[in-house]
Design a protein around this ligand. Sequence first.
Ligand SMILES: *[C@@H]1O[C@H](CO)[C@@H](O)[C@H](O)[C@H]1NC(C)=O
Ligand SMILES: *[C@@H]1O[C@H](CO)[C@@H](O)[C@H](O)[C@H]1NC(C)=O
Ligand SMILES: *[C@@H]1O[C@H](CO)[C@@H](O)[C@H](O)[C@H]1NC(C)=O
Ligand SMILES: *[C@@H]1O[C@H](CO)[C@@H](O)[C@H](O)[C@H]1NC(C)=O
Ligand SMILES: *[C@@H]1O[C@H](CO)[C@@H](O)[C@H](O)[C@H]1NC(C)=O
Ligand SMILES: *[C@@H]1O[C@H](CO)[C@@H](O)[C@H](O)[C@H]1NC(C)=O
Ligand SMILES: *[C@@H]1O[C@H](CO)[C@@H](O)[C@H](O)[C@H]1NC(C)=O
Length: 916
Amino acid sequence: MATRSSLLLLSYLAVAAAAGVLQAARAQPDSNGFISIDCGLSGKAGYVDNATKLSYLPDAGFTDAGTNHNISAEYISPGSSRFFDNVRSFPGAALRSCYTLRSLVPGLKYLVRACFRYGNYDGLRRPPVFDLYAGVNFWTTVNITDPAVAHAMEAIVVVPEDSMQVCLVNTGAGTPYISSLELRPLKNSLYPHVNATQGLAMVARVNFGPADTFIRYPDDPHDRTWMPWIDPMIYEEITTTKTVQSVENDVFETPSAVMQTAIAPPNASGTIYLHWDAEPTTNDPSPAFITVMHFSELQLLRGNNTRNFNISINNQVVGNISPDYLYADASFNTNPYRGSSQYNITFRATANSTMPPIINALEIFSIMPTVNVPTDAKDVLAITTIKKQYKVKENWMGDPCVPKTMAWDWLTCSYAISNPPAITGINLSFNGLNGYISTSFTNLSALQYLNLSYNNLTGSIPESLSKLSSLTVIDLSGNHLTGSIPSELLKRAQDRSLDLRYDNNPDLCINETCTSSNGTPNLAIYISVPVVAVMMILLLLVYCLIRRRKIGSTNNTIIPHDERRKHSQQVDNFGYATVHLKNRQFTYKDLQMITNNFQQLLGKGGFGYVYYGILEEGTQVAVKLRSQSSNQGVKEFLVEAQILTRIHHKNLVSLIGYCKDGEYMALVYEYMSEGTLQEHIAGRDHNRRNLTWRERLQIGFESAQGLEYLHRGCNPPLIHRDVKATNILLDVKLQAKISDFGLSKAFNRDSDTHLSTSILVGTPGYIDPEYHATMMPTSKSDVYGFGVVLLELITGKPPILRVPEPISLIHWVQQHLSHGNIEGVVDARMCGSYEMNSVWKVADIALKCTAQTSTQRPTMTEVVSQLEECLDLELDHAGSGAALPIGYVRKSSTIFEMDHLERMPMPSMSSGPSAR
Ligand SMILES: *[C@@H]1O[C@H](CO)[C@@H](O)[C@H](O)[C@H]1NC(C)=O
Ligand SMILES: *[C@@H]1O[C@H](CO)[C@@H](O)[C@H](O)[C@H]1NC(C)=O
Ligand SMILES: *[C@@H]1O[C@H](CO)[C@@H](O)[C@H](O)[C@H]1NC(C)=O
Ligand SMILES: *[C@@H]1O[C@H](CO)[C@@H](O)[C@H](O)[C@H]1NC(C)=O
Ligand SMILES: *[C@@H]1O[C@H](CO)[C@@H](O)[C@H](O)[C@H]1NC(C)=O
Ligand SMILES: *[C@@H]1O[C@H](CO)[C@@H](O)[C@H](O)[C@H]1NC(C)=O
Ligand SMILES: *[C@@H]1O[C@H](CO)[C@@H](O)[C@H](O)[C@H]1NC(C)=O
């Protein structure tokens, strides 16, 4: 998928992924947050399912393994869903074959459903048995012996990451195949049994009543599949056409259509009897079960008629029920049932009940532990990039390290209890690798052992490999590497902290004369040396000395000779390149002209006033004049000037020129006609229309890019230290740019990521609590401030609310979201026209950014790539009108024709309830 992060990593990916971009863009949830995949559907076009009107996509954008097949004609049944007509199967040596579902909201509950109909697609007449995994956790074993049976496997899980894999595992009993894969988001309040470490795998979901009403979406907005069931020889059906309402705080939201039908024995003394088998298996040696029984009285009981009955499981009474008239209630166990190989459920009327027992619907789940933690996400991204670059297919599917028994070939992983598993060793020796050494190896921060020997690798050895501090062995022998060995690596080899092997690389330069950097990254340091204005030289002296020391201490590389000469021509008294300042210099008189004698005030900052001006050629500018009364601001003013002269990015306000004329100091910027983001959010100016969600998202994304540039693109990197909505300016096209660098600080990316300052700076509501406590600002302090800005974009509210007690916006949003109430936080001025998934996702990013501890916050690079995904999500739905938010799906009275009912296994299923 062409996310920003992968584009950043290597340009080859951009080429490789270009063809897949369209597909990737479509491989997104629809406006309900649903993903519906017809596995094995060939071609690029999806289709709309007749019964549900949901769009099913071909699966090519979700998996890179397997082959398509049609099932045998004799098994195609016109009544069943189209996705049962073809399958994708996964022959070959791969143990695990996976689908990747993306653009999910981490921490949210999802219903995942995989459907299977063998249909003798391979002509072998031998249905296989294989395992199914949800992410890194065992889900179920697929063992469907009847080739005609269409079987749905369903699980409800909390998804820990923003993507999830569903994997088919070959257990040596035939080739795995799959017919369809569907994913539906659920509100977190539903199915309270499900949490981060425990999911539910469906054993049965039965709608008792007439056998011709198969219910799913849109009658069930969550698209659960409810199998109709009745044994008319034993039970009577009871139905109503009246709506059955939900009770308050309903945690199952069983649709009325399901509740409107029920079964009962013909007379009050009769019982309802159901049972299911629970044989232990190797994967689930002590199966544990949750049952959810749904009841509603459908008959208006007159006089002193009563319906009251006990529920027994294996002869033990577990509940007593008197269902309410036309209200859906549920009875369920919180402690799972365990330890029996068969479960008998009995419903029996109590002595003074005049009516027989009834049941409207029943769900049986087995507990699905989801305690396995996936491999460190950064490692996954890096190794996936490496996999793509070298086109490794064999067995490199699913999570690289988890489960242990399925870890990828040639990798070694560490499995600490406190941390997610990490990749510690890679041995790709004799693997026919072509091309350059991937810089993604550098991102495997726990890597200790790297063996790339005896391949066909070309190019130079990336300098960045020396950043891998745990690396103890690196073997690059037997390749066609060129250039020289990075000095840092050599140094480590010399002090024996690294075993560095590079023989049999005929073109590698290993003698003294060329132990220099061969890549360009080091040159960048010299080229981007601060562009210093003459007027500032004295004031910058201190800064320069610091810079020089810093470079001196970290510079272990030598500039190639001719490069050095080029630089030496420009070296000034301070040993620094005084490259001519591109920015224009203004006199005070010029400023008077430009601003028409400081006529139009744009705003006031801590350092003085900002005026509107027009240059001779008509360019509009903002002139920031340092107030003479403010001595305090000199330092910050100069810091800003200094910084602005050397950083250039489309999302940072750019400097046009400066003025140092006697007492007067001023900076002249590009004019941002739309003012500050804060003004737009507060909506104080009534002439301004409200920002749409898309515009807000775009502004967030652009500001994030500006900050990311400060953190990663500048040399040295910078911390802004005052990220807030008033410091994000908008130009005439609403393009966002970060401004006000007066408080910025340089930090050294390589060593300390934080720096100590004695004065707490920033703006209330935006200040990182960790910085507040330690007085050490980090780039994560900016991330925190940015998270608050994102929350402002979502809610349209200021960082500190008064409702009536002061409460931080962060807390306020957390409170609402913990109740699953996203609508309650979204800015009403957007009038509901937004894509709910992208709002959820942005809220999630914002809350991560504002985590209490900085280590839990993402980097700006991560934020940028996440926001880009949100933007994709939004663009994907542009034009499709207002999206229906999760859980607010229109009700339809349409009765859909019975789908693959007879084919569905419930009544015949060994583990399903059945009548006796
Ligand atoms: C779905 O609808 C199309 C067009 O109305 C029809 O040709 C097709 O047979 C229908 N498929 C099923 C399975 O009902
Ligand atoms: C699959 O199911 C059949 C029939 O229930 C059973 O006999 C067989 O042992 C099962 N196979 C596996 C591998 O579980
Ligand atoms: C999930 O629920 C189970 C059973 O109630 C409990 O034992 C477990 O601690 C919960 N896990 C989390 C992460 O809350
Ligand atoms: C309740 O039931 C008894 C016996 O079935 C009957 O005699 C009595 O009239 C009923 N009472 C009412 C209020 O309907
Ligand atoms: C369930 O009912 C069957 C049939 O009556 C009986 O054989 C079995 O022992 C019962 N199982 C349990 C665990 O009570
Ligand atoms: C009869 O029903 C009432 C209310 O439905 C209940 O409170 C009472 O305990 C029942 N008596 C018996 C003997 O089951
Ligand atoms: C090795 O790489 C070179 C240059 O990329 C290429 O021409 C050659 O075919 C490759 N050899 C093998 C065995 O892949």
